[in-house]
Design a protein around this ligand. Sequence first.
Ligand code: KG4
Ligand code: ZN
Length: 370
Amino acid sequence: MDKRHVTVLGIESSCDETAVAILRAPWSRGTNEPPELLSSVISSQIPLHRVHGGVVPELASRNHSRMLPLLIREACSEAKIGIREIDAFAATAGPGLASSLLVGNTTAKALALAAGKPFLAVNHLEGHLLSPFISEPDGTPPHLGLVVSGGHTLFIDVRGFGEYTLMGRSLDDAVGEAFDKVGKMLGLPYPGGPEIEKASQGGNPAAFDFPRAMIREKHANVSFSGLKTAVLYTLPKLTANGNPADLSPLQLSDICSSFQQAIIDVLVSKLKYCQERTGHGTIAISGGVACNKTLRTALEKLCAERGLSLKLSPPGISTDNAAMIAYVGMEKFRKGDIHSLGEDVDPNLPLAGTLNRTKGGLAPAPGKPS
Ligand code: KG4
Ligand code: ZN
């Protein structure tokens, strides 16, 4: 074994993507050598769930079981590595769908047991949060992190690896969830996020004055349920019976563009608030919604205006993937933070307090200034 490096295999199966990745990094810092992603394979179940308008848990877990052995073989072959050369096996332990988490988690534990190597339980949100730094030789710098995924909207003060304080979150729908629900309302295919982005092109972001809840309040919590309802109430005003199929292409573009802009305005405003509170010089954005180009442009503008550095997850590592799981696993392994094979999955695993091993703070009370 090459003792100067550590090679970690990561498995992600928390929702509707089955993914495996192999990451190699130097054992110790200070070599100026970034981690190398040897392989990252993802099998998306989106087409399977699209006909149902959302994720069906039973279908998801069955498909994870079917795909995982194939993906592990594919990841090893792409990385040109044998399973015996892996130093540790990491898997998502939560949050996510219990039956889906169990498939990846149990697989990683079985591999670890058979190979006599350590098992590393990883928080999916920590994976997203740190994914913008996956190619950095120096690990996680202090920064302000925004995780915008299908299940979470989190503003996090990051002081280093494992040191997180939650500054704010969504009090109802996560940003991705709001995109998906509004997409469904507008008759767009699942998932709604990329579809709304596509439909918004050429639309007027000021065509509809949709609500921006709590935008001026001095805290970092957000709410998108009022925005969702406002879109719902707009439909009957534009069509005879509220049927989205009767919207003209321009009306659809205007609704999508205005909805997207309302979300971006809220996120930018709360990022400004958090940045002023923490004084961080770096903002990092992760999670599926971070793929949104209009959001990215707005964040680039914010950072340019304030002289801040913006870190975005590399392409392919914003939506669910196993590279981010292998990366957090690798950081834990280097710190000797190994987990027992008896450690269970947790569908509601919080980020601050990951498996009770972080020093992070707790969520502020809903609606209260953080
Ligand atoms: O991080 P992710 O892959 O899975 C979760 O952990 O939830 O995020 C999926 C979410 C979905 O809600 C999807 O609609 C949203 O990310 N999404 C987008 C875009 N691409 C994916 N939302 C807005 N614009 C996009 N381009
Ligand atoms: Zn995710």
